[in-house]
Design a binder for this molecule. Sequence first.
Ligand code: FES
Length: 174
Amino acid sequence: MGNESRRTRHALNRRDFLKVSSGCVAGAAGIPVFAASNPSHTATPVTAYPVLDVARLSDLTPGTTIPFSYPSPTSPALLMRLQEGALDGLGDDSSIVAFSILCTHKGCPVSYKAEQGMLICPCHWSTFDPAKGGSLIIGQASSSLPRIALRIEGDRVQAVGVHGLIYGRHTNIL
Ligand code: FES
């Protein structure tokens, strides 16, 4: 078999693999899947975890922040309703987002600074933009904050998974 046909066979195998992967559904906690229904995060695996009620939708007025822990008690996170729409935000104005607040540099908890509209780490000042999917804007960290996957069920805002790897974990398992 020539090099060209070997390459073609390899490409077909990879394509088939991707087709199968994108159809996978997580049936148990800690299984990474790809968020194919979410165009801006198609490349970011989301790990499904047990559903957690975080807040009532009707309590989330613009500017509200609600600390919670997810997916375990040692994993601090922040639910936020921003003043305007956000990348991958939920709600009628796409302003509801949530992130792990453990900085991806060395794990210090970041805090939200409303004046700047940024999540800022007090240790070495890495700055993350909650309106842009938790993207790193500046600082020592090398990656965005893990985004908590949310859903709205009636008047409840629920956490259902995590996009990316939470600081200090080798894998996203409980
Ligand atoms: S721990 Fe956050 S910037 Fe270093």
